[in-house]
Design a protein around this ligand. Structure first.
Ligand SMILES: Cc1cc2nc3c(=O)[nH]c(=O)nc-3n(C[C@H](O)[C@H](O)[C@H](O)COP(=O)(O)O)c2cc1C
Length: 221
């Protein structure tokens, strides 16, 4: 009994020492998403709208966690299924997050934002003026190798059809979350794709589908 206790203590010490090392210093660990509550669905649908009027105030980490879970979180942990559907469950979509503090990749399994780099590239996510100033722009990216394409294979419009559809579901989930949480959002196709892909250091088999801006409404306190 005493030996088992000692072994357990040793294991705990090793985990406590190693785990913070595994988590990159610049990664953002998110609080667990609040997966219950919010406005009734019909109220959220009634209030869903695009808005281009944003405050520059930061979202809380809880709001960030909740909106990412709405977009592309895991809602059936037993088999890793998501809050949004994907064709053949290929799950080829990645959600990148541009914040003032840098570019991050949403890791739904570990509920964290993996930092890609520390540059502020919000302005490059759109050709309108507001993306540069708002706290959060999501960039929905399809990784075609997850749909079975080879890394050197040319990507056709047909290859991307499902990714566009998948992105529509994710974006609508974010719209509904924002309606429920009193946040402003707009989905955007007007994106300088080439410049943004370079700034995101995307591989040739990764394609930007759409971007989405999220923030507090301009007139909020
Ligand atoms: C595929 C798609 C691309 C869009 N691209 C942009 C965009 O680049 N910039 C923008 O301000 N709004 C964009 N919108 C938002 C639409 O303008 C908006 O949904 C439309 O005016 C209807 O307004 P509502 O969303 O409030 O119903 C886009 C919407 C969709 C579905």
């Amino acid at each position: 009994m005493k030996k088992a206790f000692t072994n357990l203590s040793l294991l705990l010490i090793v985990v406590l020492i190693i785990f913070p090392v595994m988590l990159d210093a610049q990664d953002l660990s998110l609080p667990a998403p609040m997966t219950a509550g919010g406005k009734p669905l019909m109220d959220a649908l009634s209030e869903r709208q695009s808005s281009r009027s944003f405050s520059d105030r930061e979202l809380s980490l809880q709001q960030l966690s909740d909106l990412l879970w709405a977009a592309w979180g895991i809602n059936r942990s037993a088999d890793g299924q998501r809050t949004a559907p994907s064709s053949h469950n290929r799950q080829e979509m990645d959600v990148y997050v541009t914040l003032k503090s840098g570019l991050y990749l949403y890791d739904a399994g570990d509920n964290l934002l993996k930092q890609i780099h520390g540059r502020d590239i919000r302005a490059l996510t759109g050709i309108q003026d507001f993306p540069a100033l708002v706290p959060v722009n999501l960039v929905y990216v399809a990784d075609l190798t997850k749909r079975g394409l080879k890394e050197d294979q040319a990507i056709t419009d047909t290859d991307l059809l499902s990714s566009w559809a998948n992105t529509g579901f994710m974006a609508q989930n974010v719209y509904l979350y924002c309606a429920s949480a009193g946040l402003s959002t707009v989905i955007r196709a007007m994106v300088p794709r080439q410049d943004l892909a370079a700034a995101m250091m995307l591989k040739p088999w990764q394609t930007i589908i759409l971007a989405q801006t999220i923030g507090l409404p301009a007139d909020s306190q």
